[in-house]
Design a protein around this ligand. Structure first.
Ligand code: C2E
Ligand code: MG
Ligand code: MG
Ligand code: MG
Length: 288
């Protein structure tokens, strides 16, 4: 009967939910030991100049190589890490790892690091960043901290102090996932960001959807008026790139230029960029 069917469906749904929460609990447990066991790995996604297409730097994105589950996506484990407080340990590891890596790169390349709400709430973030910069000898201007609106709304006064302290160090601060929060414009008004990252969701539908195109265009214009450079996330096609170029978006990140890379692949990419530049410029021998 219909009633039984409904009951079955309900039971099925509940089992699914139970399994999900069981897996969340076991992920939380495993995550505790993931750092000590060396299961976390940082990947680096290229960020390029829209006009010249040249490589400018990388965003560090964390990956978890779970011994049984395989590769776990940060969209799955970062929220759990935030709920359990483990994000403080993970965030400290990511910062140290990213700055250590970038300090060994040619100095024109920057590194962007994502920071969660709890790391902002913890009053020691700027001291932590200062200590890592000192330890790794990374020039502060080569580090960018990416913040989402959710990381800034809990205690605005405190968050503003943290952002100002970071900027005093010479670190730049980017607003991540612009346009997806509750009040992107007031956040932009209240915090002195050095960059606006337009969320991938708007770029994805850019060429198919007039609304998205208008929003992207307006955001770039907004950045231009505020003198804040704009980066578009999730650029996958040449059509998206030419739209962004035409509208004056400064930089881009997305599969068109590269997926997140292992550190060795990212170093190889920087080497090949240098090779390309040298082959375009006449060598000293030829000119003489
Ligand atoms: P996010 O900071 O907005 O990072 C951009 C995400 O978009 C990355 O996903 C990246 O791989 C993906 N992406 C970039 N270009 C493209 C594209 O062209 N097409 C598609 N389909 N996707 C693209 P990922 O690495 O899975 O990270 C997801 C989110 O997890 C990040 O979003 C960030 O919020 C969080 N996350 C990652 N690493 C860290 C970290 O070290 N700390 C913190 N707190 N959060 C992190
Ligand atoms: Mg980010
Ligand atoms: Mg983003
Ligand atoms: Mg995002």
């Amino acid at each position: 009967s219909a009633k039984t069917d409904g009951g079955d469906r309900l039971a099925f749904y509940c089992e699914g939910m139970e399994e999900r929460s069981r897996s969340r609990a076991s992920i939380a447990l495993d995550l505790k030991s993931a750092i000590q066991n060396g299961e976390l790995e940082l990947y680096y996604q290229p960020q390029n100049d829209t006009r010249t297409r040249s490589l400018k730097g990388f965003e560090a994105l964390v990956r978890w190589k779970h011994p049984e589950r395989g590769l776990v996506s940060p969209t799955e484990f970062i929220p759990i890490a935030e709920e359990t407080g483990l994000i403080l340990d993970i965030g400290a590891w990511v910062l140290e790892e990213a700055c250590t890596a970038a300090a060994a790169w040619p100095e024109q390349y920057s590194v962007a690091v994502n920071v969660s709400a709890l790391q902002i709430a913890q009053s020691t973030l700027s001291q932590q960043v200062a200590a890592v910069l000192a330890r790794t000898s990374l020039a502060p201007a080569r580090l960018e901290i990416e913040l989402t609106e959710s990381g800034l709304i809990a205690d605005q006064a405190h968050a503003l102090k943290v952002v100002l302290d970071l900027k005093k160090l010479g670190v730049s601060v980017a607003m991540d996932d612009f346009g997806t929060g509750y009040s992107s414009l007031s956040t932009l008004q209240n915090f002195p960001f050095d960059k606006i990252k337009i969320d991938r969701g708007f770029i994805m539908s850019l060429t198919a959807n007039k609304q998205s195109a208008a929003i992207v265009k307006s955001t770039i214009l907004l950045g231009t008026s505020l003198k804040i450079p704009v980066l578009a996330e999730g650029v996958e096609t040449e059509d998206q790139l030419s739209f962004l170029l035409q509208e004056g978006c400064q930089s881009v990140q997305g599969y068109l230029f590269g997926k997140p890379l292992r550190l060795d692949e990212c170093i190889a990419l920087m080497d090949s960029e240098r090779g390309e530049k040298e082959s375009v410029l006449p060598s000293v021998d030829l000119v003489a």
